[in-house]
Design a protein around this ligand. Structure first.
Ligand code: IPM
Ligand code: MG
Length: 372
């Protein structure tokens, strides 16, 4: 198979972690005989510095001409004080809108060898398998008007939370489709006791549920959902929610398995290309120190080849290699915990270990048997 992948490393640790994903994809190409062609584009603060915009037109073009997009992270203190339209985050929001990436899939899985780095007890997190489906191109992130304004002679600010029926329908339908291939339960999270947009969301979710009689729909208020994710995360299968609730709840859910650095995501559209990115930020405090956890980006690459390219055994191989390396005790700083039997490694060492596990035929066969 031959595929074109646009790589947008972005800012902070983005470069270090996307390097890991590219190295692992090259190892997969070598091992399974595929050709992945990588082309690099700019996004975020570094694009502001060189091109005066967080999302240059060439980057948009590059993404649209590619089969899939791999993104690192954007943002950093250097650009915290610049005017709003130049903020690095605007580049990310714009690419999501340009590619019409309406649903962001954020899985949270259990890694048995990381159970001790979770802040929660093992009994609570053992075996969790949650898929958060976050609406990504609507809601308060994009609604207009959004402005500084005045009311009754006083300074204020305004953001708009708007959802059309169609926007809710498509993301909720995606959640149901995914749930029908999993444990057949959708938890739709809203704030229907207060927000009008949530009441519409709930109504639409009920309608879509009728198309999927085998899937159970449950509604949950967002404040309760925040509590239930900590109290009893095993109750969840697919969670679907609006943009900002999903942003907050997916960071919360990520901690269940040990670290934000472990979490991949896929953002999908009606027509493609899809975009894959770790859910963590640019972590400017550890930038360039070879400390970042590359696993979120590497697992994003696994999601890419599974979802966009249909390469199931290759994606399984990446996930098995990650599990194997973790079981062998290799840990970047964020997941090292207090354990004494762990082998603390740098970003590049972690990447090498995962690559080696993929390239070593015997090891891979053995670990695939263990994890399948
Ligand atoms: C995320 C991030 C972004 C978001 C920021 C960087 C704009 O937090 O992908 O979760 O809020 O969507
Ligand atoms: Mg976020």
């Amino acid at each position: 198979m031959e595929k074109r992948i646009a790589v947008l490393p972005g800012d902070g640790i983005g470069k270090e972690v996307t390097n890991g994903a590219v190295a692992v994809l090259n190892a997969i190409g070598e091992r399974f005989n595929h050709q992945f062609h990588f082309s690099y584009g700019k996004i975020g603060g570094n694009a502001v510095d060189t091109d005066g915009t967080p999302l240059p037109d060439e980057t948009i073009k590059l993404c649209k001409e590619s089969d899939a997009v791999l993104l690192g992270a954007v943002g950093g203190p250097k650009w915290d004080r610049i005017e709003v339209k130049l903020r690095p985050e605007q580049g990310l929001l714009k690419i999501r809108k340009e590619l019409e990436l309406y649903a962001n899939l954020r899985p949270t899985n259990y890694y048995r060898s990381l159970a001790d780095s979770s802040p929660l007890r093992k009994e609570i997190i053992e075996g969790i398998d949650i898929l958060m489906v976050r609406e990504l191109t609507g809601g308060i992130y994009f609604g207009t008007p959004r402005e500084r304004t005045q009311r009754d002679g006083e300074d204020g600010a305004l953001d708009t939370l708007y959802y059309s029926r169609r926007e809710i329908e498509r993301v909720v339908r995606t959640a149901f489709e995914l749930a029908s291939t999993r444990n057949k339960k959708v938890t739709s999270v809203d704030k229907a006791n207060v927000l009008e947009s949530s009441r519409l969301w709930r109504e639409v979710a009920e309608e879509i549920a009728k198309e999927f009689p085998e899937v159970k729909l449950e509604h949950m208020l967002v404040d309760n959902a925040a509590m239930q994710i900590i109290k009893n995360p095993k109750q969840f299968d697919v969670v679907v929610t609006e943009n900002m609730f999903g942003d907050i709840l997916s960071d919360e859910a990520s901690v269940l398995t040990g670290s934000l650095g472990m979490q991949p995501s896929a953002s999908i559209s009606e027509s493609g290309p899809y975009l894959y990115e770790p859910i963590h930020g640019s972590a400017p405090d550890i930038e360039g120190q070879n400390l970042a956890n590359p696993i979120g980006a590497i697992l994003s690459a696994a999601m890419m080849i599974r979802v966009s390219f249909g390469l199931t055994k290759e994606a399984d191989a990446i996930e098995a290699a990650v599990n194997h390396v973790l079981d062998c005790g290799y840990r970047t700083a964020d997941i090292a915990g207090a354990g004494t039997d762990v082998k603390k490694v740098s970003t590049t060492e972690m990447i090498e270990e995962i690559k080696a596990a993929i390239l070593d035929t015997e090891a891979l066969l053995k670990i695939q048997n263990c994890y399948s």
